[in-house]
Design a protein around this ligand. Structure first.
Ligand code: PEP
Ligand code: CO
Length: 455
């Protein structure tokens, strides 16, 4: 079916027009027929999100792009199927809610909450193959594609895992929706979000102070108005994942007659990863046609002229909230690499929302071969991001973290002073190291401090 792309009516587009281009980071399925069968099935299943929600989010991101709201995006590097369990999902929601409360307090603006969840099951990898003791097998690419154990049968990409991923995403989202609708996310009761170990955390007192202040303001406002603040009974929560596996994304792309546009209905806010953002590549082709708000990861290898082309292709009609640029340079690179990109984006005259991912440029390998990230380097990149934007007459409108609501030991540092020697205690990630609950809350408190002083 050919219908106009969401934003650019000059070039024809279809959900499958990306297939004519080179798509990097795609698994190779031994059985194409099986894949086509699964995709047909996927295309018939009901969507996970609606165009109404997606449009509301785009409007909110438009506010953030104008400096009137702040984006908080976070979750696992890679979700896995086994962790589709109620306590784990609830803890992820809790930490994001707690962080958002702290940030609202610090920046005195609405905070837009977006989880990297309910579909973050496909990962880009540096190498197609992994070799151990002379044996090479396909790299693990996320639970929706193959399985982690280093065995031939597990590493073979299986189309049916796409259906399992869709189902796990639906289960996750269903639980999150029930929690947020059912009063769990009520601002009158932040104690519902409290994680057991907050009480023992070095940040407990500061967090409690913020909760008390917000509670007091709410009660004051309600006394003044003579009624409860209705909207505050629930907070909005949105989902995102890397739109990497283009067959999967295409299968759930629908034309919505009401709006006259195509939407990706697997998630509200998909992003293009740093490895797949070539302006002429298949991912950019797919993304330019959907009407969702989208983001692109940019890093040290992004050239200013490529960034201009990306912006022109992805936001030709200059819609605020349509395009978020998530920069991930590393603390050492950001001061040198970010300014030319801010300048280049400025030359296009298009509104973009700038967001900092301080995780992916600060990954190190320990002497024991474990991937880790240092809390201080992460914080340093964020602080530098605020400063560089301010110096360039721009502003940082959001943050993007890999984190979990669990008490893992994957990143070093933070108030509890986790060291390399501690990493073995609860190192659970299958891909990148995440901030644990305490580190994430501490990070939010430190960003809030900075924003309270004007960013
Ligand atoms: C990620 O977000 O997990 C990721 C792979 O990031 P990037 O594309 O920025 O490297
Ligand atoms: Co990652």
């Amino acid at each position: 079916m050919t219908r106009p792309a969401a934003d650019d009516f000059s070039e024809p587009w279809a959900p499958d027009s990306w297939r004519a281009l080179k798509a990097s980071q795609q698994p190779i399925y031994p059985d194409q027929k099986e894949l086509e069968g699964v995709l047909k099935r996927l295309a018939k299943l009901p969507p996970l999100v609606t165009s109404w929600e997606i449009e509301t989010l785009r409007e909110k991101l438009g506010q953030a792009a104008l400096g009137k709201a702040f984006l908080l995006q976070g979750g696992d590097c890679s979700e896995n199927f086994e962790e589709c369990e109620s306590p784990i999902i609830a803890r992820k929601l809790k930490i994001l809610l707690q962080m958002s409360l702290v940030l609202v307090h610090g920046c005195q603006m609405p905070v837009i909450r977006v989880g990297r969840l309910a579909g973050q099951y496909a990962k880009p990898r540096s190498n197609d193959l992994e070799t151990r003791q002379g044996i090479s097998l396909p790299s693990y690419r996320g639970d929706m594609i193959n399985r982690l154990p280093f065995r031939d049968a597990d590493r073979r990409p299986q189309p049916k895992l796409l259906l399992r991923g869709y189902e796990k995403a639906a289960l996750t989202l269903n639980f999150i929706r029930s929690l947020s609708d059912g009063g769990f996310a009520d601002l009158h009761h932040p104690e519902y979000w409290e994680l057991e170990f907050v009480k023992h955390s070095p940040q407990a007192a500061r967090y409690q102070e913020i909760v008390n202040t917000i509670g007091k303001s709410l009660r004051f406002f309600e006394t003044l108005a003579g009624s409860k603040v209705g909207d505050i009974n629930r907070v909005d929560f949105y989902t995102s994942h890397e739109g990497l596996h283009l067959h999967y994304e295409e299968a759930q792309t629908r034309f919505i007659e009401r709006v006259g546009k195509w939407f990706n209905l697997t998630t509200h806010f998909p992003w293009i990863g740093d490895r797949t953002r070539s302006p002429d590549g298949a991912h950019v082709e797919y993304f330019r046609g959907i009407a969702n708000p989208i983001s692109v990861k940019i890093g040290p290898t992004t050239r200013p002229d490529d960034l201009c082309r990306l912006i022109e292709r992805l936001n030709p009609r200059n819609q605020p909230g349509r395009l978020t640029l998530i920069h991930r340079f590393g603390a050492d690179q950001i001061e040198e690499s970010l300014p030319p990109l801010i300048e280049a984006a400025g030359r296009t005259g298009k509104v973009v929302l700038w967001c900092c991912d301080p995780m992916h440029g600060n990954t190190e390998t320990t002497s024991q071969g474990r991937k880790t990230r240092d809390f201080n380097r992460i914080l340093e990149e964020l602080n530098r991001a605020f400063t560089v934007h301010r110096q360039m007459n721009s502003f940082l409108g959001g943050v993007h973290f890999e984190l979990t609501g669990d008490n893992v030991t994957e990143c070093v540092g933070g108030a509890r002073g986790l060291t390399e020697a501690d990493l073995g205690k609860a190192y659970k990630t299958q891909v990148d190291p995440r901030l644990n609950y305490e580190q994430a809350l501490e990070m939010a408190l430190l960003i809030a401090d900075r924003m309270e002083k004007g960013g």
